[in-house]
Structures are given as C-alpha cells and as structure tokens.
Design a protein around this ligand. Structure first.
Ligand SMILES: Nc1ncnc2c1ncn2[C@@H]1O[C@H](COP(=O)(O)OP(=O)(O)OP(=O)(O)O)[C@@H](O)[C@H]1O
Ligand SMILES: [Mg+2]
Length: 367
C-alpha cells in the first residue's frame, strides 16, 4: 500500500533543545496514526513540521506522493499548498458565522463556485452527522458539535490527510469518550488518513491503527496498539503505556520455551517464551494488572500477599496487594470480592523480563 505521508529522518532544534531527533514514519491510506508521548516529547513540533508551520533542520517529508520538504535542495512547500486539514487543541470556530458558513469559509477563500460549495458542505455535514444544524451559530451548539464544526472546516478542502493535535482535550471526560468513537467513525466514513497527536495512552490505544511512542524527541516504538501494550520495545514504553507492576525476582532455570522465577525463594513463576531474558540471575519482572490472578493463600506455587486496598470500578475490582516492600495492582472481575487485610495468593500469568535496574534508568522514565 502506498504511503500518504512519509517522514524520514526529521530533525528540529529550538536553540539547544533537540525537539525532534531523527523521527521517521509512514502513514498508509485510510490509516489512523498517532504520535503518543509525555509533554514536551516533540509531538506537536513533528506535526507542525508536517504541516509546514515549522521548518525542519533535516529530513524529508512527502505528502500524497509529493515531496513538500527536503533540506538538501532546499524545498519547502507552504502549508496551504500541502493538501492538509488541521485541527488544534484550541480549535476556534467563528462565533458570528453559522455552521454552514464556518465549513464553507475555506472554500469561499479559494473562490469555489457557490453550487460546489453547497454540495461540499452538505457532504461534510452528512459525514459529521450534523444535517439540519446548518443555520445554527456555535453558541447554539454543544461542545462536541462545535468540535465537529472545526473538523468540518478541516475537511472542506478535501485534504489528503487530516492533522489533529489533541483535538479532544478541551472536552469533558464523558464527551471526550463519545467523540473518540465518533471521530473513528467519521474517519471510516471519509476514508481520510489521520495523523493524531495525544499524550493520552487510552485515547491512542482505543483509536489508532498504529502508534509511534515518543520520548525526548525520539520514537521508541512504532507498532499497532496491542503490540505496544503487550510487547513494549523499551522500559519507557512499558512504563508509559498502561499500569505496570515491578517485582525483583531470581531466575531459577531458563530453557528454550520457559523461564522459571522465584521471588525471595518463594513461589514458582513460569513465563513462557519471554521475548527477552537478561544475562544475570537477578531480574525485574514487569506485569500488567491483568497478568496477575488472585487465588487462595495456600495455593501451590502462589506468592503470598495481603490485600491493602480494594477499589470498586463498576466492571470489577482493583486490589492493591502488599508483597514484602512491594505493592502490586491486580485487576479482577466483580465476582472476586476480598476484604482489606485478608491474606491472598498471587499467580503470575504473564509478564516481561527486564534488567534489574531497568525502570529506574534515566532513559526509562525521564523525558
Ligand atoms: N517555539 C519554540 N521555541 C523553543 N522551544 C520550543 C518551541 N516549541 C517547542 N519547543 C520545545 O521543544 C520541545 C518539544 O515541544 P512540543 O511542543 O513538540 O512537545 P509536545 O510533545 O507537543 O508536548 P505537549 O504534550 O506538552 O503538547 C519542548 O522541549 C519544547 O519546550
Ligand atoms: Mg503538543
């Protein structure tokens, strides 16, 4: 499949700050592609370079098969000629214009004939599920509807890619969740590839076909959401994406198919086909909350801990279990209702092995 956007070796400095450090990715047709990472990791700068609002120091950017930026020549196509639509976090819709006029505005600026404008706006508003609201002013719309008007304006010029920078962060939690699904449906309907910027892991995991996880200007991993979650490439990705428990363990035996571990000489933890096995005997076992199962305290091979906190979250419970100096977070269904203070057995059903000091290494956490 041909790439709609291709970014290769992108570098951008602001004085001494290396905001984007050799970033490369491609976005395929109809793909929802996200840049995800903590504040300051270079997401917005990357997006602005793609849009042409920022001039990169090195690299090549192609949009729709055309080179729009190349350091060597130098070649730098202005933003309005790159075939992009953009919506930012602080999206602004014009308050004095109707929904129709807001969406029609970019077409009017381009001197598109009136009948074509009407047809295009109708098409965009149908995709956005806003038929019948053409004559309303933004003040007569909900936050989510205003957001859709901003999207409509970006869609009006039939861009080859939509660039979105945290477009949902101004909405309250419930609306944000709703708009996540709507945006995904709008994308399916319009078939437009999206380059989406967010620092919200849940949002990126839920919406994206692929995610580039960034830290300090670099891409740590570029993969579909499930791979990012289940097979993180670096300790940083593991720590940044979703909950994680760490337990220092010792390797008892390591075969081709499985590694057997103990925690302080207790329990039997068997990991099947781990993707990485550190050299030494001392390792750090990293586990998602759903990798742990709670069983009766005297169960064979189980670790013995104590429930310190029980939190109900609708679909089930989250327990905090004390194990020596460590506290583990365990997610369970609603059938397992344990009292705080009770003894409990813990069985490890999956996890990743890391070098013993992995999550405390500077590159693992600090960005
Ligand atoms: N115009 C600028 N002048 C100087 N430094 C800048 C400028 N824009 C960004 N930076 C710096 O570049 C780095 C990357 O910033 P960027 O805005 O791309 O981060 P981000 O990942 O979008 O963060 P956030 O999630 O907070 O929006 C930061 O260290 C930031 O301070
Ligand atoms: Mg940003």
């Amino acid at each position: 499949m041909s790439a709609v956007v291709s970014v290769r070796g992108l570098v951008k400095r602001f004085g001494k700050v290396l905001a984007v450090d050799e970033v490369s990715f491609e976005i395929a047709e109809r793909e929802f592609f996200s840049l995800l990472g903590p504040s300051g990791c270079g997401k917005t700068t990357t997006l602005r370079c793609v849009a042409g609002l920022e001039t990169a120091d090195a690299g090549t950017i192609e949009i729709g098969g055309r080179v729009v930026y190349r350091t060597a020549e130098p070649l730098d196509v202005p933003p309005n000629e790159r075939g992009i639509g953009m919506v930012f976090q602080s999206y602004a819709v014009w308050p004095h214009m109707s929904v129709f006029d807001n969406v029609a505005y970019p077409l009017k600026v381009r001197r598109t004939p009136r009948t074509q404008i009407a047809a295009r706006v109708a098409h965009v508003l149908r995709i956005l599920g806003m038929e019948g609201l053409e004559q309303r002013r933004p003040s007569q719309l909900s936050g989510g509807q205003q957001q859709r008007v901003a999207l409509g304006r970006a869609l009006a010029l039939e861009p080859s890619v939509l660039l979105l920078d945290e477009p949902l962060s101004n909405l309250d939690a419930k609306l944000r969740e709703q708009m996540r699904a709507e945006l995904k449906l709008i994308q399916r309907e319009s078939g437009l590839p999206i380059l989406y910027v967010t620092h919200d892991q849940v949002e990126a995991l839920a919406m994206s076909d692929r995610i580039a996880v960034m830290c300090a200007g670099r891409v740590h991993q570029l993969a579909p959401p499930e791979a990012i979650y289940r097979r993180p490439a670096t300790a940083f990705v593991l720590d940044f994406i979703g909950g994680v428990n760490y337990l220092p363990c010792q390797i008892l035996s390591a075969g081709n198919d499985a590694v057997t571990l103990r925690w302080r000489g207790e329990g039997t933890i068997i990991l099947e086909r781990p993707s990485y096995v550190p050299d030494g005997r001392e390792v750090l076992l990293a586990m998602r909350p759903e990798d742990l199962r709670l069983v009766a305290p005297d169960s064979d091979g189980a670790l013995r801990g104590r429930v310190v906190l029980r939190s109900f979250y609708g679909a089930g419970f989250e327990y905090r279990i004390r194990l020596g100096e460590t506290e583990l977070r365990v997610a369970t269904g609603k059938d397992l209702d344990l009292r705080e203070g009770s003894a409990v057995g813990i069985v490890v059903a999956g996890g990743l092995l890391l070098d013993p000091d992995a999550p405390s290494r500077p590159e693992a956490r600090a960005c």
